[in-house]
Design a protein around this ligand. Structure first.
Ligand code: ZN
Length: 194
């Protein structure tokens, strides 16, 4: 199994358009030179498989019985990691604000569960999945993600990311790109895709 380094992952995500460079206004209103659109990975099933194999290999020799992921972001990667590990997969979803396993998905008692997410910032959704797993009598054997956006996490289980990506951002007043007269890019803009 070929191992992907952090720079391999970064390059693959840039090629996929999941990490964009330019001049962006984030949802916070702050400006940044980097924009993360992780869903773009899903356009390339071969890349999903490659990343999932890498995530599975990072788990090492920990025994895993089940993969669980929060909808929507974690579903496809979670499925692919479960496929790579040869174990079952379930996903949680939000019902009236709280995370649940619906659709008759269950965590068997004593199950050792790997939690998969695409991008983790504070990890609020991951925390909720961990609580669900533990509440059902299972245990969390690890948490893996494609990207860790840095900062404090809402959960104690150690996170294993393929890529640590702390994106800098600035208030409009102190944005060097604005000062340089750079036009604001829209992440949907086609010219960013190359
Ligand atoms: Zn700016």
């Amino acid at each position: 199994m070929t191992e992907m380094t952090e720079s391999d992952v970064h390059a693959a995500l840039k090629t996929a358009g999941a990490i964009l460079s330019g001049h962006f206004v984030l949802t916070s209103g702050r400006h940044s030179d980097t924009y993360v659109q992780c869903a773009r990975i899903l356009e390339d099933p071969a890349l999903v498989t490659r990343l999932a194999r890498e995530m599975a290999s990072r788990v090492g020799d920990r025994e895993i019985d089940l993969v669980a992921a929060p909808a929507v972001g974690g579903i496809i990667m979670g499925f692919a990691v479960a496929q790579a590990l040869g174990v079952k997969f379930i996903f949680s979803e939000r019902v009236e604000g709280s995370m649940r396993f619906r659709r008759s998905f269950e965590v068997p008692a004593q199950a050792r569960v790997l939690v998969v997410e695409d991008v983790v910032t504070t990890g609020g959704s991951v925390r909720e999945v961990i609580d669900l797993v533990e509440g059902a009598g299972g245990s969390v054997a690890g948490v893996v993600s494609i990207i860790d956006r840095g900062g404090e996490k809402a959960f104690d289980a150690g996170l294993i990311p393929l890529l640590e990506l702390e994106v800098e951002s600035w208030e409009t007043d102190s944005c060097g790109l604005c000062a340089a007269g750079e036009a604001i890019d829209s992440p949907g803009s086609r010219r960013l895709l190359g």
